[in-house]
Write a protein that binds this ligand. Structure first.
Ligand SMILES: [Zn+2]
Length: 473
């Protein structure tokens, strides 16, 4: 018998690949960055020869909502994602130049895409940019390596007209667009979500963190959850995700004696604190506000006097979290199904990265343990569907020819063990070994990423946020 030399073989793992109808013990072979076959007939020798007996072998986990920029997420985001078993992520704000800079300096071997924020005073002049200004911003964002735009309605809202125009301009170009709901007329809550769905006007849209619109701000939290689900079913053009962590994340940065973020001010008031700098300080001291504190290798949650001191030392320029996501709508949104659409909320994401809540595997597998979803469902929500949303047909499954992006999971511990991106190890036995970043760009971003040495998958304009296979009313 001949021995064939390849890049990798994962032996005796339970391969779960719902796209190809596989859920059984198998040997998985990859070479030159791609999946070759299962259960080879020849003897194999491999650079990465892994015993995966007793472990799950799934298509690389894709988190379509993370933060990994100098503005939000910070330098530890890539490593925090890698240690959470993520192989591909969408950075949900930018700014694109800073995100690309960090991807080059602090990469951990992941595929990363970025959408650039539409932010008054930063990337647009004011809160009511017109279509021409938005077209210019989209063009410069794509040329800088982003795949589209992000509306930050909950934090830095625009007028409804400008929000709608952003979605329209992105649709015309076939670019990606996501909208944290909220405009100058409606906040980051269920009413803002309904407004966002209307403003999309049938255009493709990623509506992030549905759970954050169901916190009971306008009516009962579960009633808000059901209304969110009904509304999504009426909008087949909208792709959505929700996250399972109890905490939100916003900015602790203050200017002129108050937090700059509307979200921060809102949750201070809900917790019974004044929506100003002094109120935030008291909330940090008492634990209602949890500082996102950077340590040597990760971001952790901190409260009390030490947190206040660290916040002051950073001139207030840090993130902060409040435990504001009630559990009932969180679970309902993550598991709700429709006979035609499948999962009503398409993907499981985290809004994590440098925000310490990268819990797709940990809390996602808790849903499997509860038998609220199956392990196949888990892979659909955390890899197969996200790959479709991003327009990446070679990811999200383990068929021959697919990218060798793989996550190996210890189901009993609900922890990732190892992972590979393009056949190269990112995580090995819980230790991060990946380096650099593969930036996912459109053809327009090619130049910038090759100059920076962070070339990754090219996603053609017009293939992201695709039309659903089944139309629902
Ligand atoms: Zn976010």
């Amino acid at each position: 018998m001949t021995t064939r030399k390849v890049q990798g073989i994962l032996r005796n793992g339970t391969v779960v690949d719902p796209v190809n109808g596989i859920n059984r013990t198998a040997d998985l072979v990859f070479d030159d960055g791609r999946i070759v076959e299962r259960d080879p007939s020849e003897s194999i020798s491999a650079t990465h020869d892994i015993d995966a007996a007793g472990l799950l072998v799934v298509p690389g986990i894709i988190d379509i909502h993370v933060h990994a920029s100098p503005w939000l997420g910070g330098r530890h985001a890539h490593r925090m994602l890698a240690s959470a078993g993520i192989t591909t992520a969408l950075e949900m704000a930018g700014p694109i130049d800073g995100m690309v800079d960090f991807a080059g300096k602090f990469g951990a071997g992941l595929n990363m895409a970025c959408i650039n924020y539409v932010r008054p005073g930063h990337t647009v002049r004011d809160t009511d940019p017109g279509e021409d200004e938005l077209r210019d911003l989209l063009a410069s964002s794509l040329d800088s390596g982003a795949i589209g735009l992000k509306l930050l309605g909950g934090h830095f809202p625009l007028t409804p007209d400008a929000s709608a125009a952003t979605i329209k301009v992105a649709a015309e170009a076939g670019a990606y667009v996501a909208f944290h709901a909220g405009t100058l007329e409606s906040g980051s809550h269920i009413d803002g979500m309904l407004e966002a769905c209307a403003l999309a006007a049938g255009n493709p849209l990623h509506l992030p963190h549905i759970n954050s619109y169901t916190r009971g701000q306008k009516r009962d939290a579960m009633a808000e959850g059901e209304l969110a689900l009904t509304t999504l079913l009426q909008h087949p053009n909208i792709w959505s995700e929700s996250y399972l962590s109890p905490i939100n994340a916003t900015s602790a940065k203050c200017s002129n004696g108050a937090p700059e973020s509307l979200t921060t001010r809102t949750w201070l008031e809900k917790g019974g604190y004044a929506p100003d700098e002094a109120g935030l300080e008291t909330a940090l001291r008492n634990g209602w506000a949890q500082l996102n504190l950077e340590t040597d290798d990760a971001v952790v949650l901190a409260t009390g006097d030490d947190a206040v001191a660290a916040w002051r030392a950073a001139d207030t320029k840090l993130g902060v979290s409040f435990a504001v996501n009630p559990s009932e709508p969180r679970l309902r949104l993550a598991t709700a199904r429709d006979p035609d659409r499948g999962f009503v909320v398409d993907a499981l994401a985290t809004d994590g990265g440098g925000i310490p809540r990268n819990v797709i595997i940990d809390m996602g597998l808790s849903l499997v343990r509860l038998e609220a979803i199956s392990i196949d469902d888990f892979v659909i929500k955390s890899s197969a569907t996200p790959a479709r949303i991003l327009g990446l047909p070679d990811k999200g499954h383990l068929g021959a020819g697919a990218d060798a992006d793989i996550t190996i999971i210890d189901f009993d511990r609900q922890r990732p063990v190892s992972s590979f991106v393009g056949g190269e190890p990112v995580l090995l036995d819980g230790k991060i070994v990946g380096k650099g970043t593969r930036l996912i760009t459109t053809p327009r971003g090619r130049k910038v990423v090759s100059e920076r040495g962070i070339e990754g998958p090219i996603v053609p304009l017009g293939t992201m946020l695709p039309k659903r296979r089944t139309a629902t009313a």
